[in-house]
Design a protein. Structure first.
Length: 397
């Protein structure tokens, strides 16, 4: 806005508030705006365009997101993983951490994006990743020797601005070079925490500029001597906790069985931290072994939550007609009736738009999965874990 128009707005604002702005006040406002404009131009010449800006002038006020592959978790996050931010996913063993991130990679690739996987644990299963929908032919994979090497690779990928998502699996496996070169019993107190702290300071700014989403997977440890409160903590010190815009706590809460056969798990994800949407929301969903997150299961849970589908006892009904007895049979009905599944999806999305802050563009269409008659879409648990379902999700923003 030109300085003269700002001065005019200053005068009109003062007049509308009941006080008359004197000519001296108007001149002072004009001089201040002129000085501010000069210093802003000087900063941009010295440090580049975009180094300083008015928040209202930002080209994208709303943070863009990447789908998690689970509609219920997208809603809990306010749309999905935020672009240009650091995300931490932590939980016990076999809780679905790697599976969750492989689904995010698959979603990025479906939209023509580029994904990278830094496999510090040296445990990535390409066959399993492919079964979840990951294009393994075009997935960038690195298996670094040291933690410094891994984080330097992440930094270079981010600075290239050519990669949309980078997954680091996991922080616990980022072993400092000094520890690798030393003897087995040597003490290296705090070396990993110092490594992560330095890396976060260096990488975070580049992540924001490039728009790349970096997801760190982390493991749980037990603090010794804790009497009150949870003894659980994550590895790598506290730096990642501060720099992460989103922190997800994923847990396995149930094993899904048909008779004595185990075919999946039900997982619960708690949004422990969220800087771009309300935190502390909870999402639940099913992860089917070898197939990933049950997309139609998420749809059924949300349809029940929004009263599009009614459950009475064990029976589910839609528009007054019973469609299945029990959850599994109802999902099978949705699989066999893709047109009705699409209709239920559209009505559910409409109700969610009316009662939620999440826009339709933030959510991943489920129609393709229904048309393909896929009960569970790839976002499975590579480590055999699961993801939460929509039944417990607070839909209202």
């Amino acid at each position: 806005m030109p300085a003269d128009s700002k001065a005019a707005s200053y005068v009109s604002a003062a007049a509308s508030s009941g006080g008359a702005a004197s000519p001296a006040d108007a001149r002072a406002a004009a001089e201040r705006d002129k000085a501010l404009g000069l210093v802003l131009n000087q900063i941009e010449r010295n440090f580049g365009k975009g180094s300083i800006m008015r928040l209202g002038d930002a080209s994208r006020m709303r943070v863009e997101t990447i789908s998690t592959g689970a509609l219920t978790l997208d809603l809990a996050l306010g749309g999905g993983y935020p672009k240009g931010r650091v995300v931490e996913v932590y939980g016990p063993e076999s809780s679905g951490k790697t599976t969750l991130t492989l689904h995010a990679i698959a979603e990025v690739q479906k939209r023509g994006g580029v994904a990278a996987f830094v496999d510090a644990e040296h445990a990535l299963d390409p066959v399993y990743a492919a079964s979840l929908g990951v294009d393994i032919e075009n997935l960038l994979v690195s298996q670094p020797d040291t933690g410094e090497m891994a984080l330097e690779i992440v930094d270079q990928l981010v600075r290239s601005a050519a990669v949309d998502i980078v997954v680091v699996d996991s922080v616990a496996a980022l072993t400092p070079r000094a520890e690798i070169e030393g003897e087995m019993g040597d003490l290296a107190v705090g070396s990993q925490a110092r490594l992560m702290s330095q890396a976060m300071r260096k990488i975070t700014g580049n992540i924001g500029k490039s728009g790349c989403t970096v997801i760190f997977l982390n493991q749980l440890r037990q603090k010794i001597g804790v009497t009150y409160g949870s003894p659980e903590t994550t590895t790598g010190g506290n730096a990642l906790k501060f720099y992460a815009s989103v922190r997800l706590d994923i847990r396995r809460i149930q094993t899904l069985k048909r008779g004595t056969e185990e075919y999946g798990i039900r997982a619960k994800v708690k949004v422990a931290k969220n800087k771009v949407a309300p935190p502390f929301r909870i999402a639940e969903f099913d992860i089917l072994f070898g197939r990933g997150i049950s997309t139609l299961g998420c749809l059924l849970d949300l349809a029940e939550e929004t009263a599009v589908v009614i459950r009475k006892g064990a029976w589910y009904s839609y528009e007054g007609d019973n469609i299945g007895q029990g959850r599994d049979n109802t999902i099978t009905w949705l699989e066999q009736n893709p047109d009705q599944a699409v209709e239920i999806e559209q009505r559910t999305r409409q109700k969610l738009k009316e009662g939620s802050e999440v826009t339709a563009n933030s959510l991943k269409p489920l129609a393709a999965a229904a048309k393909a008659a896929v009960v569970a879409q790839p976002v499975g648990a590579e480590d055999g874990s699961g993801t939460p379902a929509a039944g417990k999700l607070p839909v209202a923003g």
